[in-house]
Ligand binder design. Structure first.
Ligand code: ADP
Ligand code: MG
Length: 347
């Protein structure tokens, strides 16, 4: 067992270590949704349908038409540290194109819920497999019927980790987190049809036809979509900055509608958010934020997106320059559209 010889300091057993680690990967229902949607996108899905009941602890279902898994694949996928995305540290250092690579999500989600995965590979004539997990134990593997793709149904999240469950907020707060997560992936992937259904009601559904404007319409509705103007310019430190921002009148009291993506990944970055806001040059009402969906392309050497994948942070080499260039991209768009009059003083 353990070779620790202290009366006071003990080595934790494997189950305890796992439960602690699980709480870090899967903090709340929205983290489950994030991991499952990322898996669907990594599987090359052209549609991803998310269904959530209540705050998500009762039931979350994510269904895709991606590459799917064989029986052997799905048996492997739910084990600890198993991934098809990288094989060693060199793969990671040379840069991963997929959203996931740690090989811990399915295993971890399975450990803290009752999960059923139904999957069928895209190629080959293999039938579908259903695999059930309860608190980390595989309780059933057998044939099932479904077209190629994967459905993961997560029920009774945190049923075996009451402390974690207690820390959750109200259903509507938890669902708010889920909604934000799905919205970000929908905005970042206009070529994927993404839908979100909550308690049998469709919250939004994008068409997957590839245009960001159409996606904005599906996600935020007509009034907001019509208030959005295009941004598209090239910087020097940053590459292309493109997307849409709203006119200065179409605002909300929350900064959550300023969505920024660096090299295709959503990031929650105060520097980028400030760059967007300051481009309006004081024409926003106090404590109001515009809508923005902005994609910033930064040369790989200029940005570290691996700071902490779960916290959605980035670190820029030349952060002041990045800020200035993003600000002027948005400002140019607002000036062109006649929505602001003069260029804001740059500080
Ligand atoms: P990671 O995404 O880091 O590889 P996960 O635990 O999320 O780790 O998934 C493990 C593996 O299961 C993936 O590498 C992938 O091969 C497979 N997988 C998971 N979800 C899907 C899906 N929706 N479609 C196809 N394969 C999937
Ligand atoms: Mg994953």
């Amino acid at each position: 067992m353990s070779d620790v010889e202290s009366d006071r300091i003990q080595q934790l057993d494997a189950t305890t270590v796992e439960r602690i680690a699980a709480g870090e990967v899967v903090e709340r229902p929205a983290s489950v949704v994030k991991e499952l949607v990322e898996n669907s996108l990594d599987a090359g899905a052209s549609r991803v349908d998310v269904t959530v009941d209540g705050g998500g602890t009762d039931r979350i279902v994510v269904s895709d038409d991606g590459e799917g898994m064989s029986e052997a694949d799905v048996r492997a996928a739910v084990q600890k540290h198993t991934t098809s995305k990288i094989s060693d540290i060199e793969d990671l250092e040379s840069g991963v194109a997929t959203l996931g690579f740690r090989g811990e999500a399915l295993h971890t989600i399975g450990a803290v819920s009752r999960t059923t995965i139904t999957t069928r590979p895209q190629d080959g004539d293999e039938e579908a497999t259903e695999l059930r997990l309860e608190g980390g134990e595989v309780t059933r593997v057998g044939p099932a019927g479904r077209p190629p793709g994967t459905t993961v149904e997560v029920e009774d999240l945190f049923y075996n980790t009451p402390a974690r469950r207690k820390y959750l907020k109200t259903d509507s707060t938890e669902f708010g987190h889920v909604n934000r997560v799905v919205t970000r992936y929908a905005l970042a992937n206009p070529d994927v049809a993404v839908s979100l259904t909550h308690d049998d009601r469709e919250v939004f559904a994008t068409t997957g036809q590839g245009d960001l404007q159409g996606t904005l319409l599906s996600v935020y509705g007509r009034e907001v979509a019509e208030a959005m103007i295009p941004v598209d310019s090239e910087g020097e430190a940053v590459g292309r900055v493109h997307g849409y921002v709203s006119d200065p009148e179409t605002t909300r009291a929350s900064r959550e509608y300023v969505s920024t993506f660096v090299n295709g990944r959503y990031v929650s970055d105060s520097l980028l958010r400030e760059a967007v806001v300051s481009a309006y040059g004081g024409q926003l009402a106090a404590d109001r934020y515009p809508f923005a969906v902005l994609f910033v392309e930064v040369p790989a050497g200029e940005v570290d997106v691996n700071v902490h994948p779960r916290k959605m942070e980035v670190r820029f080499g030349e952060s002041e320059t990045v800020k200035r260039e993003v600000e002027s991209a948005v400002e140019d768009a607002l000036l062109d559209a006649g929505l602001i009059r003069t260029s804001a003083p740059r500080g």
